[in-house]
Design a protein around this ligand. Sequence first.
Ligand code: PLP
Length: 454
Amino acid sequence: MNAPAQSWERREIGSFFHTFTDLPSLREAGPVVFARGEGAYVQDTAGRRYFEANSGLWNMTLGFSEARLAEVARRQYAALPGYHTFFGRNSGPTVELAERMLALAPVPMSRVFFTNSGSEANESVVKLLWLMWAGEGQPRRRKLITRRNAYHGATVMASSLTGKDYVGAFGLPGPEIVTLGCPHAWRCAAPGEDETAFVRRLAAELEATIRAEGPDTIAGMFAEPVMGAGGVIVPPAGYFAAIQPILRGHGIPLVADEVICGFGRTGELWGSLAVGLLPDIVVASKSMSAGYFPMGAVMLSPEIDRRVTAACEAWEEFPHGFTTGGHPVGCAISLEAIRIITEDGILENVRSVGARFQEGLRTLARHPLVGEARGIGLMGALEMVSDKETRAPCPGEWRIGERIARMAGERGMIIRPLGSSVVLAPPFISSAQQIDDLVGVLGAILDEIEAGRG
Ligand code: PLP
């Protein structure tokens, strides 16, 4: 006899071990299983349709039904469905993608290698830096500078680099990590301290930290141009211009983690261009394949390339790589995604609807519950407060971010809660109307919560 058919949701609870999922909320509301997608919308197995205001995890930038990406994948699967880049082997789309990325790099870069994810790319950079410094007779240069609230991924070193308390669950960060303050002026500037003074203080903190740790113990610094999972933190004007000379003075390479910002999210092709960051190494992922294939990349400046290559001599190779890094299907998809973003008006759309989105968020900043509305391009956040004057955070038991996200879900919008904030990252193909609807729904939810508070 056949077992009675069970819903996907019930089967899911019985079999699936969820990642980054609030377990009390999961127990209360249950999972949502999606069946299909079209444009900026996804549909669950019950037929409910949602505007994906987070592009999945920031990555489905071209939406959920881009036929041109499916078509290049189909063609590449037919021609060469997989290969690797070990032992001097390669495939055409992989070489072509490397060339294309170098041509588009935010500053001159000389070579690139591919991974399957952003975490793997950051993890690879750590190994590459350690190999480089050891090869130059400075094996003590192993420490890595990061910042409070940074997110760099989920592998061991990428977690260590992530400036969030939960990494303590794994006994991280490890001993090599040095964590600086978060460049969030609204939350972290001292009373009466303007942005210029705040930047000066952050730069002084960096200089003092490097001196205290010992410059000859530091391998590199990682930074997202605009922090994403930390709550969309746009650094204050002049921040990177102030810290880069200090790093350069101590010979410390700066790694731009462009996993979220890269390929258009900020309205510039690279977040680095939006915030004046001049990277020595660039890490990319997410938009690079528009989420249609797991892809990550590491680009090296000519100087880093030369130094790492010299350090590899002693080992007769770069002893590192991933079986499916540089997968020809992923590279073919990425080439097409990048072509669509750069040549088919997508970047222009991010700029125009992004400006509308930012304007809409700024109007919500006037709401009594909203402490700060912030963002750039098509990434934004609203941070709620219990007292607008004092900026007091909402008490944890309000679960305000969760509540707003749940109410948005009931209105057919997927948004992401983050403590007292909600984070938004609509697809690059969003229309002006979809952006207006999103802002309108958020405003109505805030009004409803505020009315209930009264
Ligand atoms: N770096 C940044 C800035 C990210 O936002 C993320 C993921 O969200 C990662 C790295 C890790 O990428 P992945 O989840 O592909 O390993």
